[in-house]
Design a protein around this ligand. Structure first.
Ligand code: MRU
Length: 378
């Protein structure tokens, strides 16, 4: 496998983020699967637009793309006449602007908080503004490499866990939306679990939903599955119940945009319906997500802000980019995400292991995070 410009092992066709110091390109995911086009991202404004317009999407990829867009901007700054504190407040403002691009996924806000800590710490200990910029760039670059390592760990914990529970020789797994190399820095979260099962020879078949209206499933997940030669079948979102009734699915694994401290999980619209169907048919339902997708400041999913997107995504084909397909004049409600209650979730697969229910059908995510990372959780 080739080594790419990020120094990561990957295949360039599935690389949503191409980065080397001073230069960032994002794969225009709106054009997939028919065209592979990369857009140059020169600064935080380009990064903000690329995130809002879905050039890059998927909670971890959004966070990394935003961090690197700003890294590129500061790498190419001609001159900065200011103190380390001025450099810190310049970066802080840009990070806040980037966080405003999309509201539901927590990874971007989490990355911004961590990067701000690095900036402030450096500003307090240096007399040169350039050192603050340098520290920022290095921290943003580490996020890119850390994400791939974390996804591989998710894949391996998830596959191991599912194999321990399995009732059939090989497993058939249903997933929703896109959580693969395109939604992350590489390998993927829920799709990482499917990849790990396939690599181990333990996957019978992956099922992916179209994921209306933006079709991240049919355009992106299907593209990744075909690319990796993984046995896979595409279904319409509304076929999930029938598929489960026909006993063709052993487990569901989906990603997450934000997990509240009680385990309630925001993910792509339609995830809740898949979970309801899974409960009815006794199919275990798992969320696969890095710890950066967990928001311990929220006590439940009711506090998660759900992004509503343009009616055009429903009124026109290809997620709003094609011809009109709905009656003119109809009103539209287009939430991009929904919240699956913890009660419908069998386990949360992270890079530190699988969070299972403790008692009374509840997760103790705080305790898990504390035990596995040593972080104290307020
Ligand atoms: O609106 P998107 O395409 O950015 O949403 C992404 C998702 O919801 C994914 O399904 C995902 O689970 C989170 S990213 C690994």
């Amino acid at each position: 496998m080739a080594s790419d410009s990020n120094g990561l092992e990957s295949d360039s066709t599935l690389q949503s983020i191409r980065y080397k110091r001073g230069s960032l390109q994002l794969l225009d995911q709106r054009k997939l699967p028919l065209e592979t086009t990369y857009l140059d991202i020169r600064d935080s404004t380009d990064g903000w637009n690329a995130i809002r317009d879905m050039v890059v999407r998927g909670a971890p990829a959004i966070a990394i793309a935003a961090a690197l867009a700003l890294a590129v901007e500061v790498s190419n700054l001609e001159a900065f006449n200011g103190s380390p504190d001025d450099a810190a407040s310049f970066l802080k403002k840009k990070l806040e602007y980037l966080v405003s691009s999309r509201p539901t996924a927590v990874n971007l806000a989490d990355a911004s908080t961590k990067l701000k800590e690095v900036i402030l710490k450096t500003a307090a200990t240096t007399s040169e503004a350039s050192n603050v910029f340098q520290a920022y760039i290095e921290a943003a670059e580490i996020m890119l490499t850390d994400d791939v390592a974390s996804n591989k760990a998710i894949g391996s914990y998830g596959a191991g866990f599912l194999l321990n529970q399995k009732k059939s020789l090989k497993l058939s797994v249903l997933t929703h939306c896109n959580t693969g190399s395109l939604a992350t820095a590489g390998y993927g979260t829920a799709l990482g679990v499917i990849r790990a099962l396939h690599t181990g020879g333990d996957l019978e078949r992956a099922y992916c939903t179209e994921t209306r209206p933006f079709n991240q499933g049919s355009r992106l997940t299907a593209f990744e599955l075909v690319h990796d030669n993984i046995p896979a079948t595409l279904i319409v979102d509304s076929a999930v119940g029938a598929l489960m009734k026909a006993r063709r699915v052993d487990a569901v694994v989906v990603g997450a945009d934000r997990v509240a401290s009680n385990g309630d999980t925001a993910n792509k619209i339609g995830t809740y319906s898949v979970a309801l169907s899974a409960r009815h048919h006794n199919v275990p339902f798992y969320v696969a997500a890095p710890l950066t997708s967990i928001d311990l400041s929220l006590s439940s999913g009711e506090e998660i802000i759900i992004e509503e997107r343009s009616p055009k995504e429903l009124l026109h084909s290809r997620g709003g980019l094609g011809e009109q397909v709905a009656a003119s004049g109809i009103s539209v409600w287009n939430p991009a995400f929904d919240v699956t209650p913890a009660s419908l979730i069998s386990g949360i697969i992270t890079e530190k292991g699988v969070i299972t229910k403790t008692s009374a059908d509840a997760f103790d995510i705080r305790d898990f995070v504390h035990k596995t990372t040593g972080q104290s959780c307020a």
